[in-house]
Design a protein around this ligand. Sequence first.
Ligand code: GLY
Length: 432
Amino acid sequence: MRHKLLTIVLLSVFAVQCTSPKNNIIEDNIANAEKQLTYLLEASEEGDTVRIPSTFKNGEIEFVPTDDWVSGFFAGTLWYMYELTGEEKWAEHAQKHTEILSDIQFLKWHHDVGFMVYDSYGNGLRLKNIPGYDTVLVNTAKSLSTRFRPAAGILQSWNVINNGWQSERGWKCPVIIDNMMNLELLFKVSEMTGDPTYKNIAISHADKTLENHYRSDFSTYHVVDYDDETGEIRRKCTAQGIADESRWARGQAWSIYGFTVAYRFTGDERYLQRAKDVAHYLLVDEDNMPEDLVPLWDFDVVQFANDADEMIELFNDKDAMLPYTEIRDASSAAIISSALYELYWFTKDKLYKEKADKMIESLSSPAYRAEVGTNGGFILMHSVGSLPHSVVNIRTNPAAHNIDVPLNYADYYFLEALIRKGRVENGENPIK
Ligand code: GLY
C-alpha cells in the first residue's frame, strides 16, 4: 500500500513537472513576456499618452517618433502577445499603438515603411481584420513604390544625406540589404488587390539584390550604391558594419529572412536556394557564429579591429575599437531564428529547426533574457543598433548610443520566432 502511494506521489510530481511552464520554453517565455511587456506598456501609455518605446539605457526608456524606422515594432509585439495568449487586452493596446502610425502610409522619404506598417497594421489586419487597415497597407505600398528606380531595377533605401558622417560617403542611390524586408508588404498588397505592380517591383528588387549584394561565400554587403540614371553599380560598402568588406551581423539576418519571404510569395526556387545558401554559410561554417549562436554585432569585428587600414574612416583607431570586439547582437539571432523556422517548413531540413531551437534556448537563458522587473520591461538584453552611428553619438552625446542595449525589434522577432516554433512543432505552417 505504502509502495503504491509513493508511486502515485512520484508520478504526480513528474506529471506536474512535465506540464509546468518551466518545462516548456514557449510557455515560459510567454509568462515572462506578459510581465515585462505589461510594465513597458504601462510606461508607454502613462498619462493618456501613446508613445513608442525603442530601447532602455541609462535607467530610462527611450521613445521614438512615428517616422523612426523602428516605430512599428512595439505595436507588432503587442499583436504577437495577443496571438500568443488570446487575451483581448493585448489586441486593444496593439490597436491603439498601431493607429498612432496612420500618417506613415504617406511617408516617402525612406524605405522602412514596409517594416513600420506591415508589423503594425499588417498584423492587425491578419489577426482582427480591422476595417480600413487594408487601405493603409495599399497606400503604404504606393508610397514605397515611389522609391523604385527603373534604370537600376531597385527601390532606393535612403535619400542622399546632406549632413553628418554618412553624407561624406558620396552615395547616389544606396540600397541596403535590409530593404529585402520591405518586400513582404508589396507582395501582400498585390495578393490583396490583384494588382501585380507591387509584386513586380518586389521581384525586380529581389533579383537585383540576388545578383549584386552577395559575395561568393553568400555573405552580404550592407550597402550597394547604384547610379539611378544608368543602373550601374558605383560601390559596395557598409553603413553599419566595421568595414566595407566585413559581415555586419544584422545584414546577414535580413538577408536570410528576406529571401525566405520572397520564396513564400513567388515559389521562385532561386530565392529558396539563396536562403539555403545563406543558412549554410551562417550555420555550417563554424567560425561565423559563437557556440550559443548569438553573433557578434559584426562577424569580422575582431579581424578588422586589428587591421586599421580596412576599417571605415570613422573608426580609424584600433584602440577605439577594442571595447566593441566582444559585443553580441541578440536581435540578429532573433531574426535568424524566426527565418529558420519558415525555411525549415519549406525544406523539412532538420538542421534549420535544430539551430533555430538552439538560438531560442540561448536567447531564453539569463545571458540574454532580462530578469523580470529589469531592462525597462524589454524582454531581451544585448543588441546593437548601429555601432558606427553610435560612435559618432558617443563623441557628441554619450547618452545617445545604442550599443549593447535592449531593442524593440529584438523582442518583436523573438516573439515571432516563438509563434513559428509552436506552429512547426504542431505540424502547422508557421505563417498564418
Ligand atoms: N534597418 C536598420 C537596421 O537593421 O539597423
